[in-house]
Design a protein around this ligand. Structure first.
Ligand code: 4NP
Length: 150
């Protein structure tokens, strides 16, 4: 099973999702990665604010940003999970044939207890936005792992 988390810049939400999922799925054969629909932060570490908030929860974010590659990623990954409706729309648009639409979902579809319909972009907001993102991601990753296990 290969899981790819996708946001816009691949420096806040999807690398955090990758880090949270890797921490709770440690020891399983699940392959976990992340990418952005845009490429303007390619090669960068996650945003320092996201890294420091994750670190307080014991999660180190060490991935490097990369852009989603439709020519490889649709085929390679079994689940491609978007952080918000805009990311999901962009992914659907890149899958012209609709061959991979069944692999696509939104992160909040996997939540167990949090009431959210998307993972809000924390980039232009204050510190509480990063904690809110992590709260949603921890809940959604737990739900996702449970689904994968079944
Ligand atoms: P992300 O957040 O999609 O969660 O990585 C963003 C990061 C950077 C930008 C937008 C969103 N940006 O416009 O540079």
């Amino acid at each position: 099973m290969r899981v790819l988390f996708v946001c816009l810049g691949n420096i806040c939400r999807s690398p955090a999702a990758e880090g949270v999922m890797k921490s709770i799925a440690a020891g399983t054969p699940i392959e976990i990665a992340s990418a952005g629909t845009a490429g303007y932060h390619t090669g960068e570490l996650p945003d320092p604010r996201m890294r420091s908030h994750a670190k307080k929860r014991g999660i180190e974010l060490t991935s490097r940003a990369r852009q989603f590659d439709p020519s490889r990623d649709f085929e390679r990954f079994d689940m491609i999970i978007a952080m918000d409706d805009s990311n999901l729309r962009d992914l659907r648009d890149m899958d012209r044939s609709k061959k991979y639409h069944s692999k696509l979902s939104k992160m909040t579809d996997h939540c167990r207890t949090m009431e959210a319909d998307h993972v809000p972009d924390p980039y232009y907001g204050g510190p509480e936005g990063f904690d809110h993102v992590l709260d949603i991601l921890e809940d959604a990753c737990a739900g996702l792992l449970e689904k994968i296990r079944k």
